[in-house]
Design a binder for this molecule. Sequence first.
Ligand code: SF4
Length: 346
Amino acid sequence: MDSYQLISRAETTHNLTEAELLQILQDSKTDPALFAAADRVRKKYVGNAVHLRALIEFTNICRNSCSYCGLRCQNQAVTRYRMNVEQIYTLAQKAAQWGYKTIVLQGGEDPFFTAELLVPLLRRIKALGLAITLSIGERPRCDYEAFKQAGADRYLLRIETTDKALYEKYNPGMSFENRLRCLQDLKQLGYETGTGILVGLPGQTPLSLAKDILFFKHLGADMIGLGPFIPNPDTPLKDAPAPQLLPALKVMALTRLLLPDINIPATTAMETLEPQGRQKALQCGANVIMPNITEGEARVNYALYPGKAAAAQAPQNLQEQLAQNLKKIGRYIGTGYGGHPPQRHC
Ligand code: SF4
């Protein structure tokens, strides 16, 4: 079967084998057909609404040393910060006032933020009527359980790559099995579970990407975040080849074909790579944007990779600008919580 036929079949069956995914990933002539099919599936299953998640990056302190990440503990070039609980709560309040329905609390793996500290904060934030997404890395199951009981709804934990050897090479001291354990715990505890990968890591192959996409389906992921790998000059991978948007868009489009109704953000890394990167992503399967509402110096110092898009944009102006840009491509800001599975009329 040629790649056009495979894409057409996947648009209705939402299934592809590893070999079929590999064929499409390696076939550049069918890219426009792939993107168009992903856009149709996105429209059919999750509509034209784009759900916003207000992103609060509350600590850039991390105990880990992932080779691709500017927040790795060995990086002395970044100014470290840690918000206190009141600062985080105040930002959450602002998000609610600005009309956001969901906040994402994101940070490095910072041992300061124990479950004892976070649980009362989550309860207070929940009382604001917000859906809460956590993105704070690997924790014991009991922590995940406590966060869920305190009101957390969703959890993002990227697998980064399902190639175990590559994972352990770029995440020294971390265990692939523990990563999987965390994701399974999150699913079992009833979180809307998000995972995802970096596309373009040195040594990553198209076959590895095909396996990643099948992993998303096998996990029953509710959200998938895909970022093109952008080398950070203060990391061991600083000399990696120049990043490309296209492979990340292809993985995104295939993910939309196989998991038709999940939430897929157009990530900041895509916008950083190309000025129209976010818009392109929204037309290749994405239906979520995570505006960064972190304020002040913290906004600049959450330096996962260089040149993060919108680092200088005033948080309160973001929604208006987004609404205008979305209108140009026939999309609009969703008014509901934008959960998975999708609700009608939100
Ligand atoms: S990727 Fe996450 S866990 Fe790894 S160093 Fe960066 S912030 Fe820490």
